[in-house]
Design a protein. Structure first.
Length: 277
């Protein structure tokens, strides 16, 4: 699959989905688009036909507020139809604001309470290791989310258990709910910290699908340690208006912002050659 084209499609449908709702987590959803495109486009052994296959690869979106980007990805992969997709966060929906494995086809783990997703991903990876399986567990955790101590307990456990089929992506988009991560609680160097916790770790350009693909190929060649790939990203990635917006975590747009978002959607639609209507 052309992963750059897939990323463009995910970004467009993420924007459409949130614009249809009228508000939501734009910034942190858009910063993981390229990573989702690589994972669901060319890497993970998953499909709607075997969504419950115990031998599939598993994915945990620990930063559950970025659910809209995951939903756009699953929609494009055929896990559910358009009506289901545009029901995001509506009364009675099976597509809640944060992923729910009971409600939404293709979601492997319910997440939203920040910090807990990494523990769940570690448990899945350990379970598969005990069963002698060769499938992988992939997880995305937010840089602000790593303020939670539970994440570091899980990382230490994963390294001690030598979970080399666990690949964690740290979405280092430099912001969290209340501002810049360095202002809230300086994380220092994620690569150095993950290495100190027993992971193999390095940083890649999180907007470059080829760099992400190469990082995963490299990760799968390493044995005896879990992997942490630090994604150098921008909150609102791929949409200049949202990248430059100061408060771009959860947006309830005013009239000017609504117009800018709709203009961005038209631009994205032209890029992937679809009718934005």
């Amino acid at each position: 699959m052309d992963t750059q084209k897939f990323a463009d499609q995910i970004r467009y449908y993420t924007m459409k989905e949130l614009d249809n709702l009228g508000f939501g987590h734009f910034g942190g959803s858009l910063s993981i688009v390229e990573t989702l495109a690589v994972l669901y486009g060319n890497v993970m052994n998953v499909s709607p036909e075997k969504k419950d296959d115990p031998d599939r690869d598993y994915f945990v979106l620990s930063k559950g507020h970025a659910g809209p980007a995951l939903y756009a990805t699953l929609f494009l992969k055929g896990y559910f139809d358009e009506g289901f997709f545009y029901s995001l966060n509506q009364n009675g929906t099976n597509l809640p604001s944060h992923p729910d494995r009971i409600k939404t086809p293709g979601v492997d783990m319910t997440t939203g309470s920040l910090g807990q997703g990494i523990s769940a991903a570690t448990g899945i990876a350990k379970g598969n290791q005990l069963l002698g399986k060769e499938n992988y567990t992939f997880a995305i955790v937010g840089d602000g989310e790593l303020n939670e101590g539970q994440c570091w307990e899980a990382f230490q456990f994963a390294a001690h258990q030598k979970l080399d089929h666990l690949i964690v992506f740290i979405d280092d988009n430099k912001k969290q709910l209340d501002g810049y991560t360095t202002d809230i609680c300086d994380p220092f160097d994620f690569v150095e910290k993950m290495q100190a916790f027993g992971f193999s770790s390095w940083c890649v350009d999180g907007s470059d699908v080829l760099a992400i693909e190469k990082a995963i190929v490299k990760a799968k060649q390493l044995k005896g340690r879990p992997i942490a790939i630090v994604l150098d990203t921008v909150k609102g990635q791929g949409v200049p208006y949202l990248e430059e917006l100061a408060d771009n975590h959860h947006i309830r747009p005013d009239e000017a912002a609504k117009a800018a978002i709709k203009e961005a959607i038209v631009t994205l639609a032209e890029k992937i050659e679809v009718n934005p209507q």
